[in-house]
Design a protein around this ligand. Structure first.
Ligand SMILES: [Zn+2]
Length: 327
């Protein structure tokens, strides 16, 4: 059932949205939910949209017709906009169509809600078209935007929104939730999912449901282990399955980043996993931070279509250098 109480952790953000959706709440005309992929932006945006369109005292009630329609994305006063599967960005045509609909008065509710998923994936033309309506929206209109990457979010848009950042769920809470959601899952696999995703539930779920995610994470573990031996050959061997696989390399960088974060933290708090403790014995926090920085640079170049073989080579050489240089 769709409700604010079902959303884990992130109390301040949830409270802000809950108040805004309440009958007496003060509402802004645009909200931007941001944070890494997997933190639940999409889920929370839907709960908020349902709250804005529901007519009950407790909003969203999760039981009325309006709430059900939001869940099914069939509410006439809700418009959901996202990148089309065959496009790399939200197009200006999509924004223009949305704008025409935005001027129609609400049908069943007091408001009209436009949910724009991946607002960080727009080109300047689409941003310009969106700004036109974001600057002077009709009084009944509320925008809910989501973005993984605030660096790619134009200031002109963000500055017109109430910006709310989502964070990871505390590990213990994440563990309890996963056990409840996956009652038949092997405890070892749940542990593994937590090692992969930490408090990012989306990543934990992807690990448990997707073979590709699980395989990629095991590869990241192998790469990290190869660093502790310090032999370039081992690093090269560990990276070799990624030759020709750009998506796989991007995923590996995300996984390495997650592991590097856990290793760096192991420098000052006792790690929950023996695997991390083992890695942290061979990789110091300072080196873990450099691995994160290396990954960050490589990710940017990969997204900008950098040469894959060259970047894999840079990754290998960079990792070796990090392990060889004194810290
Ligand atoms: Zn309702």
């Amino acid at each position: 059932m769709i409700s604010f109480t079902s959303f884990l952790s992130n109390h301040a953000v949830v409270q802000t949205l809950q108040r805004a959706a309440s009958p007496a709440g003060r509402l802004s005309h645009a909200y931007l939910l941001h944070g890494t992929k997997g933190l639940g932006k999409r889920t929370l945006a839907r709960i908020f949209a349902a709250g804005l369109l529901c007519g009950a005292d407790e909003r969203p009630c999760g039981q009325c017709n309006s709430c059900h329609k939001v869940e099914k994305e069939s509410h006439p006063d809700l418009m959901v906009l996202r990148r089309q599967a065959d496009k790399s960005i939200i197009t200006v045509e999509q924004i223009r169509t949305m704008r025409e609909q935005a001027w129609l008065r609400p049908n069943e509710s007091e408001r009209r809600v436009i949910l724009l998923e991946g607002a960080d994936q727009m080109n300047p033309a689409a941003v310009g078209a969106l700004l036109k309506i974001l600057e002077e929206p009709p009084s009944y209109l509320v925008f809910i935007l989501t973005a993984d990457n605030m660096d790619a979010m134009p200031d002109t848009i963000a500055s017109r929104c109430v910006c709310l950042e989502l964070s990871e769920v505390p590990r213990l809470q994440a563990e309890k939730w996963l056990v409840r959601q996956f009652p038949d899952e092997d405890a070892i696999l749940i542990d593994r999912a937590l090692l992969c995703g930490g408090g990012n539930l989306g990543r934990c779920i992807a690990f448990l449901k997707g073979e590709r995610e699980a395989a990629s994470f095991e590869l990241a573990l192998t790469v990290m282990k190869s660093l502790t031996t310090g032999r370039e050959f081992d690093i090269m061997t560990a990276l070799s399955p990624l030759e020709g696989d750009r998506e796989g390399f991007l995923q590996l960088l995300t996984d390495l980043d997650q592991l590097a974060g856990q290793i760096a933290r192991a420098g000052f708090i006792l790690p929950e996993s023996s695997e991390i403790a083992h890695l942290a014995a061979g990789i110091s926090p300072a080196r873990a931070i450099r691995i994160h920085q290396l990954g960050d640079g490589l990710r940017r170049r990969l997204i900008l279509n950098g040469n894959l073989s060259l970047l894999l080579g840079t990754c290998c050489a960079g990792l070796r250098q990090i392990m060889e240089q004194p810290v």
